[in-house]
Design a protein around this ligand. Sequence first.
Ligand code: DX5
Ligand code: ZN
Length: 230
Amino acid sequence: LLQPIVAPSILSADFANLAKECQQVLEAGADWLHVDIMDGNFVDNLTIGPPVVKSLRKHIPSAYFDCHLMVKDPFKWVKVFSQAGASGYTFHLEAVEPNPNNWSKTSPRVTSLCEDIRYHGMKVGISIKPDTPWQALESYISADLVDVVLIMTVQPGFGGQKFIPETVSKVASLRKRFPKLNIEVDGGIAPDTIQQVAKAGANIAVAGSAIFGSDDRQRVISILKETLKA
Ligand code: DX5
Ligand code: ZN
């Protein structure tokens, strides 16, 4: 059964009070904590690394840390993130297979990365950018290598961007093809955009600025959750 999951992106939290911010959104009804890892290379921004996940894990032992790796070499960080306490490890298909001509084939590199993530005890996620077709994920999902797909609904790199509506049809196609797949959406998700992605079939919603920027975080989380359920 598909569970509705709300995952606040801590990129929009107050980094000087990070543990408190995390605890507060969990108390307000959040299910996962979404951690955006950027290496200044795959995207033009630098954010959080393994030591931060490790510290948070110590403060909040029971949390699900949904780590979204926007890095050029996702092979390199699997072990260190598992040791830091990451629960899920989501990498970008485009980082492993930069050539779009290869997206119709099954890449042995992608397959072995998925296997390595599982071997290290984490849930496997593959993410695609707004311009990457959903079919690029098909063979890995069919082969049961993937626990969750993350559909970017903005260009990766920064919080607080505007939702790209053209991404909704990808969610719908994936849901149609894979009725039991965990489909996560990320970027510009807020009470006014959740409805279209939920209707298309997403069951996991990441939201950064909409949650952390609100003075009623509990309310925003519950709107997102109820819309996913509907
Ligand atoms: C963007 C990140 C997102 C981002 C979401 O590259 O992957 O997780 O922080 O932030 P909002 O919800 O503000 O778009
Ligand atoms: Zn993210």
